[in-house]
Design a protein around this ligand. Structure first.
Ligand SMILES: Cc1cc2nc3c(=O)[nH]c(=O)nc-3n(C[C@H](O)[C@H](O)[C@H](O)COP(=O)(O)OP(=O)(O)OC[C@H]3O[C@@H](n4cnc5c(N)ncnc54)[C@H](O)[C@@H]3O)c2cc1C
Length: 468
């Protein structure tokens, strides 16, 4: 049923060209739109529904928090990078009617819209996975978007500024202690980049850089499950720099001024980052389709079983992994890019442009940038560390970004020549995405991390403010 005020965008199927709707403009959605447009050359209507009008290059987000890159470098405008035949509907899909072939979406001004489709590509990505740990919703902050990166950057500067003016040694120590939970891509890179940032800040404020305490807590090894060379190199670089790496350890409780680890250690801190795993976006939870560990089950052609007009790709999809029979592909950007492109190709084929293909993937290796001159890379499984790895990592990122390459390269050059900028603008006063996106409660705010409740919201949607 269409509620009052809802705007309906359809037109009969006879009157318009076939319409393909893509939910999400991340790695999968962006590349689906691009491949589809290339193959159909204006013969169909392509609409990307996404809350942002940009593609976010997530692997470089830790460099935004670490004061190296400006956020617009990694946010590539869809209108600049996609063909003009792809339209962007600004908003968030909040309803999918598979029977009626119709989606509902809410625009940023709160107006509901409905739109019919001939093919739908689910590419809504993933959200934080939150464990039932006391205090986590209230005291931890996640790391998945530009507002969170900007918020963290400001927060780190603020902690150092306040520490520099603090006469109480215990409080100063807590402000200079930073706890990251989770040592996957996100936690490892955030700890590596931001530790260097806080050391530079400390030096410029008359504090001892060696007093900046970074603690990385992980149940498994650093970068567990990724390439072994990468994992070992990253672990060694972090430890060498003085980051306390606690593997085989979990966080048991978060309080308003400390966290408790499974080892029994209590760590006084004002900064707790939750980087433990992700789960598929809740958008797909109530659809009448099969899920595997919360992800949409798809055939190797990325079609959803029993739904000929529905495709899924990227983090949201449980795609059979051709290199590991019986397993699903991991949630990585590499897979999302290739699956997105294949979804676009196969949807085009289903509309008479080309032929269907199964998902195949050749592992090109991984890169991890650890800040400074450090990185670890395994291009085509060739293990590299130090400067060669750094050059490979940065070249890989520049090649993989769909735009803003020159600007990004300029920021990197400036980083090598000049100190990082440490002005605290305070524009983002709360992380955009509360850790528990499904939580109906309005959490308290502490540790300098005020929260908003009720799913994704604009940065200042609930302008609570912390004691800072
Ligand atoms: C900080 C960080 C660093 C990472 N580093 C690496 C790395 O170095 N290498 C690597 O391989 N992987 C990395 N990853 C993982 C990688 O980014 C993901 O696997 C990849 O982004 C998945 O692509 P996706 O398109 O499925 O989802 P996303 O890129 O997350 O895109 C999802 C899109 O869907 C939109 N969306 C969500 N809900 C809705 C809705 N209801 N309606 C409409 N649109 C919606 C979102 O706004 C977004 O545009 C990193 C992840 C993070 C968070």
């Amino acid at each position: 049923m269409v509620s009052p005020g809802t705007r309906v965008h359809h037109g009969s199927h006879e009157a318009r060209p076939p319409r393909v709707v893509i939910t999400g403009s991340g790695f999968a959605g962006f590349h689906a739109a691009k491949a589809l447009a290339r193959r159909t050359r204006g013969a169909i209507e392509i609409v990307v529904v996404s809350p942002t009008n940009y593609f976010l290059y997530l692997p470089l987000l830790p460099e935004v928090a670490g004061g190296i890159l400006e956020p617009r470098r990694i946010a590539v405008a869809l209108s600049d990078a996609l063909p003009a035949c792809v339209r962007h509907a600004p908003g968030e899909v909040d309803d999918i009617d598979l029977e009626a072939h119709e989606i509902g979406w809410l625009d940023p001004e709160g107006v509901g819209h409905r739109m019919s489709y001939d093919r739908l590509i689910l590419a809504a990505g993933s959200v934080h996975k939150v464990m039932p740990i006391p205090g986590i919703n209230q005291y931890a902050v996640g790391f998945r978007g530009v507002p969170e990166a900007l918020y963290l950057r400001d927060h780190l500067v603020r902690q150092i500024d306040l520490a520099a003016m603090c006469d109480d040694p215990a409080e100063r120590e807590a402000r200079c202690t930073f706890v990251v939970v989770g040592a996957g891509y996100t936690g490892t890179e955030v700890a590596a980049q931001c530790q260097l940032f806080t050391r530079a800040l400390a030096a410029s404020r008359g504090l001892n850089p060696d007093d900046m305490r970074w603690v990385l807590v992980s149940r498994g090894e650093v970068l567990a499950g990724l390439n072994e060379h990468l994992a070992r190199s990253a672990d060694a670089v972090l430890r060498h720099r003085g980051v306390e790496v606690h593997t085989d350890t979990t966080m048991e409780e978060a309080g308003d001024a400390e966290v408790l680890l499974s080892t029994g250690e209590r760590i006084p801190t004002r900064t707790l980052l939750w980087c433990v795993g992700v789960r598929a976006d809740p958008l797909i939870e109530n659809l009448d389709i099969e899920l595997d560990s919360g992800r949409v089950v798809v055939h190797e052609t990325l079609q959803v079983p029993g739904q000929t007009d529905l495709y899924a790709c990227g983090d949201v999809a449980a795609v059979p992994d051709p290199s590991r029979p019986g397993e699903r592909t991991p949630m990585t950007a590499q897979h999302a890019v290739r699956q997105g492109a294949l979804a676009g190709r196969n949807v085009a084929a289903s509309l008479g442009h080309g032929s269907l293909r199964p998902y195949r993937h050749r592992d090109l290796g991984f890169v991890v940038d650890l800040g400074g001159f450090k990185a670890a890379a395994a291009p085509l499984h060739l293990p590299l560390t130090g400067l060669p790895a750094k050059i490979v990592a940065r070249s890989y990122h520049l090649g993989a970004m769909p735009g803003n390459r020159l600007r990004t390269a300029v920021d990197w050059t400036l980083e090598a020549l000049q100190p990082r900028q440490s002005a605290q603008l305070g524009l983002v006063r709360s992380p955009a995405i509360p850790l528990d996106t499904a939580s109906p409660e309005v959490p308290q705010h502490h540790l300098g991390f005020p929260h908003v409740a009720g799913g994704r919201q604009a940065p200042d949607a609930a302008a609570t403010w912390s004691r800072e």
